[in-house]
Design a binder for this molecule. Structure first.
Ligand code: GNR
Ligand code: NI
Length: 167
């Protein structure tokens, strides 16, 4: 029943929009989350932000399991960097920047707050890949991309390559 959505590719300017807070926890939110999970699984991604499918609301889906059977939904996610954190380097990829991987340093200790699909509030101090992935996804909701962490020279090279391949 769920349908595959089109993923925007860098440098599409719609990837730069700042997403709006979700206030209505209705059927259409559930449908969008399901369509995003379908889209993410089809693209073999571990996470997807609504921004990437041209829906500018604060909604993220994720599945970090090997078996691809542990879907997670985060609505209105936010985080605080915890005291005593270190910067942790991880090689990241992005479905909106195909063929590009780069090592990005992000804080390794955060307190995460979000709402579930019904609007119930949760908090957690995640570990490992979830810490990396949720920061990558929240960046998308702010219109920020992995390429913003690299040099302008590299970024322009990636932009020109993708413009040729996808337009
Ligand atoms: O599929 C994805 N893999 C990934 C790997 C390391 C760090 C972050 C990610 S998220 C990415 C999917 C995506 O683009 N989400 O926005
Ligand atoms: Ni991404």
């Amino acid at each position: 029943m769920a349908k595959k959505l089109k993923i925007l590719i860098f440098p599409d300017p719609r990837l730069r929009k700042v997403a709006e807070k979700v206030t209505k926890f209705d059927k259409s939110l559930q449908i969008l989350a399901n369509d995003m999970l379908e889209t993410m699984y089809d693209a073999n991604g571990i996470g997807l932000a609504a921004t990437q499918v041209n829906k500018h609301i604060r909604l993220i889906v994720m599945d970090l399991s090997e078996e691809r059977n542990q879907p997670k939904i985060f609505v209105n996610p936010s985080f605080k960097i915890l005291k005593g954190h270190k910067m942790y380097e991880f090689e990241e990829g992005c479905l909106s920047i195909p063929g590009f991987n780069e090592t990005i340093a992000r804080p390794d200790k955060i307190e995460l707050k979000w709402q579930d699909i019904n609007g119930k509030v949760h908090t957690d101090t995640p570990e490992g890949l979830l810490t990396v992935c949720i920061q990558h996804e929240i960046d998308h909701l702010e219109g920020k991309l992995m390429v913003d962490y690299i040099s302008a020279l590299k970024r322009d090279r990636v932009r020109n390559k993708l413009l040729k391949e996808y337009n």
